[in-house]
Design a protein around this ligand. Sequence first.
Ligand SMILES: NC(=O)C1=CN([C@@H]2O[C@H](COP(=O)(O)OP(=O)(O)OC[C@H]3O[C@@H](n4cnc5c(N)ncnc54)[C@H](OP(=O)(O)O)[C@@H]3O)[C@@H](O)[C@H]2O)C=CC1
Ligand SMILES: N[C@@H](CC=O)C(=O)O
Length: 344
Amino acid sequence: MKQVALALVGFGNVGQAFARLLLEKEQQIAQQFGYQFIVTGIVTGRHGSAISSGGISLTRALEVISRGQSLDILSEMPAPKNTLDFLFASSAEAMLETSPVNHHTGQPAIDHIKAALDKGMHAITANKGPVVHAYQELMDMAATRGKRFLFEAAVMDGAPIFSLFRGPLPCIEVHGFQGILNSCTNFILGLMENGKTFDEAVREAQAIGIAETDPSADIDGWDAAIKVAALSTVVLGIPLKPQQVERSSIREITPAMISEARQAGERWKVVCTARRKGKELLEASVKPQRVSAGSPLFAINGTSSYVEFHSDVLPGLGIVENNPGPNTTAYGLLADLINALRGQ
Ligand SMILES: NC(=O)C1=CN([C@@H]2O[C@H](COP(=O)(O)OP(=O)(O)OC[C@H]3O[C@@H](n4cnc5c(N)ncnc54)[C@H](OP(=O)(O)O)[C@@H]3O)[C@@H](O)[C@H]2O)C=CC1
Ligand SMILES: N[C@@H](CC=O)C(=O)O
């Protein structure tokens, strides 16, 4: 059995779901892959941090956080408050990064990833910021150090999107994509169709852990825009920042507009689109639109998301992820972790 030490940067909805998944799958991971994961460090923004060379009890860490206490009480020594010093102290083999997104700069997550790679760790993140603001630099840095920078969970949670184009689909030219990439707004619009107010719907989205740390990032289209930018950068090969994506908010959609659409047999959806010709991006947008029953987007309910890629060899390849939440994002991180360790 190979013991693998992990450092968790961020222990919110996704970080905690990852901890629960590790506990749930401990035996399966040991039997199928021969790994025993131990978490030697956890750091948060305002809920303390812990370092333990023998491994922090994840059950206790989850309890401590659920009681609103600081993780400091689990630390075998005063854990460095600074995340970069903390990474050094954790002596981990891989870092799982789940801090909040900074849509405009990608920081401080970019520095977390650089520090982890610098210290010889695989760097795995659910954070979209580093993917759009430092993709090539981080990929190059990882390659130079013989480590992996992986981010499958950043777009469509646990569904394989980036790994699909890295592995099983060689020699494909993707011309564009269209879909619903933000779960939170899809969930909110669905609740509003059922008579909930906008504010009630936002609170429900927060309660199930699907909203960004600041939910206006979902509502105003930033999360969808950064996902369009990430897919453009990695899958289309055209670097793009979220600020360059044409973006509209769902704040402009009133209950009257929603019922008018329903009466016409249509639904409001936040549609993400990108199209390119050669190296020129013809469109990159996030727009609330009315879609008709004939569209594949019409039946995407709740937190579900959908993307259809258009390419030279597969004219329309659609991927649906049904009702994801922090647990499915946690699976995206786990899949990346296992793939990094077994060199895939
Ligand atoms: N929620 C979801 O369904 C999905 C989320 N993601 C992405 O995953 C990431 C995490 O999301 P989620 O768990 O929901 O967010 P949360 O806000 O629930 O958690 C964020 C965590 O990061 C910690 N944190 C804040 N700043 C720092 C810092 N500088 N260094 C270390 N830790 C820090 C927070 O600590 P504290 O609370 O103490 O301040 C908290 O533990 C985001 O980037 C998000 O976009 C991706 C896919 C789906
Ligand atoms: N807030 C995001 C979470 C996953 O990326 C969403 O709603 O899609």
